[in-house]
Design a protein. Structure first.
Length: 556
């Protein structure tokens, strides 16, 4: 009983200590409920210092071992040296943005050459490339480990359709809301002229020389290598049709063709090719069955799962690398903003800042509506209770999420807040780790707006066809499970989403504007992601009939 009383001093345990043969079965009993009062704590005296980057992995459900303990039931020392959770200083990013703005305006008014601008842009470009390199394997490892841990401890029932339905419903509504907002605000993003559109090109003569030195000729409808010189018969009229082909409907012949394309993405023929191409959806769909199979890769309950241990260690190594990379975020933001402003007159119109402000407002409207109306309404319909007293317990977690911009780093604070609201810790420790990487409502709401913004600024606003809109909606919804729950995860998926909607067309220059402003959008999305998972946790507590208590005053 002393371990239960001292739990608050040593952080939040993912699973109770037990012998390997009996994995934490007692955590479902009512005796393991928190002793926090149901009334909101006005001071929010959470031990936030416990959630810094040096906290041990057993405080973090996604990073914890949680399955193999020492003989005496104490947590293994292996966890103490695991990877730190990546966090970024909001103040440092703000300072970097201000410095980049000042340097960018200085370069703009000094009219420095393009070579200087290229040099300034290089560090930011390398940062984005490094981030894309790390995010793909992190998504694979985190998703596989989460599914494997739940299956290994007998919590695979969370994967039933009855329990997955709330996650899918909230993300689907977020994607639909973002899609409708994108259509509503599309006219607010004027379509740029002369960029990314099909441009007529003049024809020119082309001669082809064969390996034997003769020139290819066309005579009587047949081709042959017969001419000694590039005479009239050896000249061909060449016309550039590249832009014309890229601006067609891109083989999206209909719904059947779209389903075939999505099926090929969800079931890849070569997973290594998916890693090379950064196909997040393919990687996630491969990770889920791999995690289930990994959980059952041992011949007995007492035998250690070496494959799962390897995946955990690989995940920890990648998170350490990401942690080091994210320390460079303020500098990268400074270089990206400086290069964007220095090239302002070359690549952007005078309305770019105004359009970015419209994008921020539209995203904020969507986030507020989803958080204050849609999610509370879903919780009320599912539980018949007023959800706002429950959400009030989680205000410290929302503040921490906005500061860290990482759903992964916010998990310990969020779980403690949920326990204060009298939710069973068993439900909190399963639902929150499951939803953190796989239910990102904020990302699903943000992607359609960002894509319409980029397309319009690239001059492709008229290229939105019904099939492209359908791809945007479906791929944006799937982005809930294909976006890494770490700072900057949405940037990588935006690159993939652009390739899905506009294959063959290079990434637009307006993408740099979103990268520079990502420190704003990322924090907004993180808060909504956390809020959605907290709402689903409340619904699951009601559905699974866990030891949830609520005072009569909380009922409507």
């Amino acid at each position: 009983m002393s371990d239960k009383r001292n739990r608050g001093r040593h952080g939040i345990l993912l699973y109770e200590a037990a012998s390997p043969a009996r994995p934490a079965a007692t955590s479902d009993t009512p005796t393991w409920r928190t002793d926090f009062t149901s009334a909101p704590d006005s001071g929010f005296h959470l031990q936030l210092e416990q959630t810094n980057s040096r906290t041990s992995d057993r405080d973090y459900p996604l990073l914890a071992d949680g399955l193999h303990n020492n003989k005496g039931g104490a947590p293994s020392r292996h966890n103490e040296s695991s990877a730190a959770v990546p966090t970024v200083s909001s103040l440092a990013i703000l300072i970097g943005a201000l410095v980049g703005t000042a340097v960018g305006f200085g370069m703009y008014f000094l009219h420095l050459g393009s070579n200087w601008v290229t040099i300034i842009a290089l560090p930011g470009t390398l940062f984005i490339r490094a981030l894309q390199c790390l995010i793909v394997p992190i998504v694979f490892c985190v998703t596989t480990v989460v599914v494997a841990q739940m299956a290994a401890i007998g919590r695979s029932t969370i994967l039933r359709w009855q329990t997955i339905l709330p996650f899918a419903l909230t993300s689907l509504l977020a994607a639909a809301q973002g899609f409708l907002l994108a259509l509503a605000f599309k006219s607010w993003f004027p379509i740029a002229s002369g960029r990314g559109m099909a441009m007529p090109s003049s024809a020119f003569n082309l001669a082809l020389q064969c390996a034997d030195g003769l020139f290819l000729t066309s005579s009587n409808g047949s081709l042959s290598c017969a001419s000694l010189t590039n005479t009239t018969t050896a000249l061909f009229l060449a016309t550039n049709q590249t832009r014309t082909v890229m601006n067609t409907d891109l083989n999206f012949a209909g719904l059947v063709g779209l389903l075939v394309v999505l099926g090929n993405i969800l079931v890849p023929v070569n997973i290594f090719t998916s890693f090379t191409n950064g196909a997040m959806l393919s990687i996630v769909m491969f990770s889920v069955p791999l995690g289930i199979a990994t959980a059952h890769a041992t011949s007995g309950p007492d035998e250690p799962n070496h494959i799962l241990t390897l995946l955990r260690q690989l995940r920890d190594v990648l998170l350490r690398m990401l942690h080091g990379l994210l320390f460079l975020t303020p500098g990268a933001v400074a270089f990206l903003i400086a290069s964007s402003i220095a090239n302002f007159d070359k690549y952007y119109t005078a309305d770019t800042v105004t359009q970015l402000a419209v994008l921020v407002v539209s995203v904020a409207i969507g986030m507020a509506t989803h958080s204050l109306i849609v999610l509370p309404l879903i919780v009320f319909v599912a539980t018949r209770c007023n959800p706002f007293p429950y959400f009030q317990h989680c205000i410290p977690a929302y503040l921490f999420a906005f500061g860290s911009a990482s759903s992964l780093a916010t998990l310990p604070v969020a779980i403690e807040c949920i326990e204060r609201a009298k939710i069973s810790r068993s439900i909190a420790h399963v639902a929150m780790p499951f939803g953190a990487p796989l239910n990102l409502n904020g990302a699903a709401l943000y992607y359609p707006l960002a894509m319409v913004y980029m397309a319009n600024l690239a001059g492709l606003g008229d290229e939105w066809t019904p099939s492209r809109y359908l791809v945007l909606f479906v791929a944006g919804w799937f982005g809930c499970v294909a976006t890494a729950p770490v700072p900057g995860g949405a940037i990588t998926y935006l690159v993939s989403l652009w390739k899905m909607c506009f294959p063959g067309i290079p990434q637009p220059l307006s993408f740099a504007v979103l990268v520079a402003a990502d420190f704003i959008f990322d924090r907004m999305c993180t808060v909504v992601n956390l809020h959605a998972n907290i709402a689903v946790t409340r619904i699951l507590a009601e559905q699974l009939d866990e030891t949830f208590e609520v005072q009569a005053a909380h009922h409507v």
